[in-house]
Every structure is written in C-alpha cells, then in structure tokens.
Design a protein around this ligand. Structure first.
Ligand SMILES: NC(=O)c1ccc[n+]([C@@H]2O[C@H](COP(=O)([O-])OP(=O)(O)OC[C@H]3O[C@@H](n4cnc5c(N)ncnc54)[C@H](OP(=O)(O)O)[C@@H]3O)[C@@H](O)[C@H]2O)c1
Length: 246
C-alpha cells in the first residue's frame, strides 16, 4: 500500500495545470484531496472526475491572497476528513516582463499570490500540524530562481523568497513534526503564460512551452515522491526540467 493512501492533502491552484495534476495523481494513489482556487466551476469539475474514479475530493473556493480563505481551506480538510497531512501551496502567477516596464501592479500581484499566499498557507496549516504532531508543507517554486534570466527577476524573486522561508522554517522545526519540500519545475505545459501581460514576453514563453515543456504530471509525480517517503525522511528540494532546457 502506498504511503499516500489515506493521507489528507489540500492543494491550492488545483483548478488547472500543475495543481490539478497533483490533485488527480494523489487522489489516484488514495489521498483525500481538498481543492482550492478561485474558479469554483473548474474545481467542481476536477473533484467530480476524481469522485467518479472512486477517489475522495472536496472543493473549497480559495483566493490565496486572503488569509481567511486559507484558514477555511485547512478547516474544511479537518472538518471533512479529520486531519490535514499535507498542504501543497502551488497557486502562482507569472506577470513577467523586463523591469524597465515598471509593472508595479504586476510585481505586487506576484508578491501577493506567490509569496503572501504561501505565508497565508503556512499560518493556517502550522497550528494544525503542531496539534497533530506531524505535517508536510510542499510548495511549487521554479527553476527561474536557480538560473536568473531577463524578464523573470521579480517572479524569480518571489520564488526564491519562498525557497528561503521554507528553509528557515525547516531550521526552526527540527523536532520532527514538520517536513518541508520545495519543488522547482522548469517549463511545464500549463496555462501559466496566460497571466503574462507583456505580449512579446508571453509569445516567447508560449513558444518554449509549445516546443519542449514537460507534462504537469511529471511535477505531480515528484510531489508524490516527496509525500510517500516515511515521515523521518524529508525531501527538501526537487528540481525537474525538460531534458533539453538550458
Ligand atoms: N508552468 C510552468 O512552466 C511552471 C514552472 C515553474 C513553476 N511553476 C509554478 O507552478 C505553479 C502552478 O502554475 P501552473 O503552471 O499550473 O499555472 P496555471 O495553469 O496558470 O495554474 C495556476 C493556478 O493558480 C491558481 N491561482 C492563481 N491565482 C490565485 C489566487 N489568487 N488564489 C488561488 N489560486 C490562484 C489558478 O486558479 P484560479 O485562477 O482558479 O484561482 C490556477 O489553478 C505556480 O506557482 C507557478 O509559478 C510553473
């Protein structure tokens, strides 16, 4: 039996792309999943598919920029399934472009979703993990934080901020209660380019996605690998990218 079987996992950004793939993959392996994102209709569709395959899934409309929404997501998991084993903070946007564009609103939006959203998740889940005596925080960061490239400075900055805060949290949590995992994907075939407002940059990223991006299920398998380890084994970082990505 898989270590994932019976675990309760909440996933933000589960209405599409990587988050949806994570939810479907973990549910297929026996996890009960709580799906969070803003588009409730998409979440209902994913949850309906999972249930039709014999899995357990519920929906909780969540905007990660709103702290109370994360509190509600975690509370729903506990109310419905009795506990929360894993929070996958995956929701993210990529309003990338040259810094000279001075897209201050886009920068703020990325900080709000990619960084503050993860902090809201930690604030909601940590007390539950401590009460239970164990828990696992997983987050989707990015290879853009490992190889810094033009147009991605602020996006990569938010991802590296999350990488840093997870490592800090890990250092503060060596009593064996908490595991943390930061997964860094390269180009993945999703709708992420849709959130890029600079049309030239969007077309360039979309070209990369069309030409060589990997499937979101590849990221989901990496997340499953981290979760399925015994609790005394923490997979701190996973980097996965298309074999041909520079
Ligand atoms: N695709 C890539 O190449 C790639 C590479 C490295 C890292 N990543 C990271 O992977 C994560 C998932 O991205 P993706 O590629 O799957 O993109 P995607 O297809 O655009 O999915 C993004 C998800 O985030 C959700 N979201 C956006 N804003 C939100 C908010 N305020 N509150 C709650 N949910 C919100 C969206 O749902 P709603 O719109 O319904 O709210 C959607 O489910 C992101 O953190 C991204 O930065 C992606």
């Amino acid at each position: 039996m898989s270590e994932i079987d019976g675990k309760v996992v909440a996933v933000t950004g589960a209405s599409g792309g990587i988050g949806e793939a994570i939810a479907r993959t973990l549910a297929d392996r026996g996890a009960a999943v709580v799906l969070g994102a803003r588009r409730t209709d998409r979440l209902e569709q994913v949850a309906g598919d999972i249930r039709a395959r014999g899995g357990r899934a519920i929906v909780c409309t969540t905007d990660v920029t709103v702290r109370e929404d994360l509190d509600r997501l975690v509370a729903r998991a506990v109310a419905e399934f009795g506990r929360l084993d894993v929070l996958v903070s995956n929701a993210g946007i990529s309003k990338i472009g040259p810094m000279a564009d001075l897209d201050v609103d886009g920068w703020s939006a990325m900080i709000d979703v990619n960084l503050r959203g993860v902090l809201h998740g930690i604030a909601a889940a940590l007390p539950v993990f401590r009460r239970q005596g164990r828990g696992h925080l997983v987050t989707t960061v990015s290879t853009s934080g490992l190889k810094i490239t033009p147009t991605m400075a602020v996006y990569a900055g938010t991802k590296n901020a999350v990488r840093t805060l997870l490592e800090g949290l890990r250092q503060e949590s060596t009593d064996g209660v908490l595991r943390t995992t930061a997964v860094s994907p390269g180009f993945v075939r999703t709708d992420l380019a849709g959130s890029i407002d600079n049309l030239e940059v969007r077309a360039e990223i979309q070209r990369g996605i069309d030409e060589f991006a990997i499937a979101p299920e590849a990221v989901a398998r990496a997340v499953a690998f981290a979760i399925e380890q015994p609790h005394d084994v923490e997979i701190g970082e996973i980097v996965l990218r298309p074999t041909v990505q520079g």
